[in-house]
Write a new protein. Structure first.
Length: 407
């Protein structure tokens, strides 16, 4: 690690200083990170922690991956922002490479995940009116219960999590919620007004909920038959996390629109995108949608470097191989404090015996032992280390989990 940490205030002082001046919309673990490299972060006092969350998959390539930092530095020295009022010399190659990586035709660049989701919703509605012929104002989008797609008012409007929704209405109409992993319910909800089915191929925030084999294929067949779009939110599941570039590839499914974010920004800048077929993304015309920062040269340079890393297949391979280690390690903990888990690639939702504490309490105990994870609901914790983590580091984290659960 290079630059020294700012040690003018202790971790405790910094946490206390946030309270009166920072909106309290988060409840972070009491660790103040000052520096990071690879799978490791260091706090203000110089204590080191193994990062087993990786920014909810935004840090798939670890902290400060040299190729990504170099791409960012090079771009910072040349050109950072143009807005889309002008072209910039980095955007074409970013779009070409991202489309090729995902097997799609076109790219709509945005910044955050929620913006990609909002953009996908707008595109799907426009497609429904212009191509499918849904009467104006009647388009519906079918989503899954326990979804997590972001925090805008439209998106929380179709969340089933009361904490996310309550107090933020009125909400955008036009969404139907069905149980996840239930093709019959989906079939019943789809009709002539349906613009799209929008789902996560694996539900991350719900606790890494992996649907049954055949579900994604079923969604694809059903949406084809119903002449509506399949929009896959791969913001957390995509870009190597599950052992494939996209999680839908586990069933060889090609959605009409794929939403990407998080890791696309290499852990450096927010970069998101909607990628999709020309017949669908082609419905947008000048002035109908946009973002000042979407597709900016710095984002495009970093995004291009991310695509280059993924093109080698190395990270997808690592996620598969280390995923087996993770799965074996968690299987060994069944009955030793772990009551169940779901995993795919280097990503797991681990249900801890509630008698041993909440997910939050287990996360705090792990933190004190130098391992950073995040709880989801109840007694579930989520493991999503950088795909650069070594086998030894992964085993160290599993060993610490065993120790914490035994204590
Ligand atoms: C599947 C999914 N979609 C969308 C989002 C929202 O992304 P952002 O926080 O960048 O808006 C998230 C964030 O966790 C996510 O997991």
């Amino acid at each position: 690690m290079t630059a020294p940490a700012d040690r003018t205030r202790s971790s405790e002082e910094l946490i206390r200083a946030e309270e009166p001046v920072l909106a309290q919309n988060y409840h972070p673990l009491p660790v103040v990170v000052a520096r990071a490299e690879g799978a490791w972060v260091e706090d203000v006092e110089g204590r080191r922690y193994l990062d087993m969350l990786a920014g909810y998959s935004a840090l798939n390539f670890g902290h400060r991956h040299p190729a990504l930092i170099e791409a960012a530095h090079r771009q910072l020295d040349r050109l950072t922002l143009t807005s889309r009022a002008f072209h910039n010399d980095r955007l074409a190659s970013f779009a070409e490479r991202l489309a090729a990586l995902t097997g799609q035709d076109m790219v709509l660049p945005m910044n955050t995940g929620a913006e990609a989701v909002e953009s996908g919703i707008k595109v799907a509605r426009k497609w429904a009116y212009e191509v499918k012929g849904v009467p104006d104002g009647r388009a519906t989008i079918v989503v899954a219960a326990d979804n997590f797609h972001g925090r805008t008012t439209t998106i929380v409007g179709f969340s089933t999590d009361e904490t996310a929704r309550s107090g933020f209405g009125p909400f955008t109409p036009g969404f139907r919620v069905v149980p996840y992993n239930d093709l019959a319910a989906l079939r019943a909800a789809v009709d002539d007004t349906t613009a799209a089915v929008l789902i996560e191929p694996i539900q991350g925030e719900a606790g890494v909920v992996v649907p049954d084999d055949g579900y994604l294929t079923g969604v694809r067949e059903l949406t084809h038959r119903a002449n509506c779009l399949f929009v896959a939110d791969e913001i957390q599941s995509g870009l190597g996390r599950t052992g494939r570039t996209l999680a839908v590839e586990h069933e060889s499914v090609v959605p009409d629109l794929v939403l990407l974010g998080k890791a696309l920004g290499g852990g450096i800048v927010p970069v998101s995108a909607v990628v999709g077929r020309r017949e669908v993304l082609g419905v947008l015309r000048p002035g109908e949608h946009g973002s000042t920062f979407g597709g900016n040269p710095l984002a495009a340079a970093v995004g291009t470097a991310v695509v280059e890393l993924l093109r080698t297949g190395e990270f997808q391979r690592r996620a598969t191989e280390l995923g087996s280690v993770l799965r074996e390690g968690l299987t060994a903990l069944l009955g030793k404090g772990v009551v169940g888990f779901r995993a795919r690639g280097l990503w797991a939702g681990v249900d801890v015996d509630p008698a041993l504490g909440t997910g939050r309490e287990v996360s705090e105990r792990l933190m004190r032992e130098g391992i950073l994870v995040k709880d989801t609901h109840g007694s579930t914790i989520r493991l999503a280390p950088p795909l650069t983590v070594t086998e030894d580091e992964l085993r160290q984290a599993l060993g610490t989990l065993e120790k914490v659960l035994a204590a």
